[in-house]
Design a protein around this ligand. Structure first.
Ligand SMILES: [Zn+2]
Length: 56
């Protein structure tokens, strides 16, 4: 009796948004760079300058 294996689809990865379109969105500043802002990814914030990631 053959077992049916359901094909698993890989979820689409959201593209990293380093900066907003307007650039005026209130963001946290990177503690490592100091002058760079952290991009909000929902459950975490990421610095596009040095790669610093902070989970909430
Ligand atoms: Zn940084």
């Amino acid at each position: 009796m053959p077992t049916r294996k359901p094909k698993r689809r890989k979820p689409k990865m959201a593209r990293h948004e380093l900066y907003g379109d307007d650039g005026t969105t209130e963001r946290e500043q990177c503690p490592r760079c100091g002058d760079a802002f952290l991009a909000d990814h929902g459950d975490r914030t990421h610095c596009g300058k040095c790669g610093y990631t902070e989970w909430e």
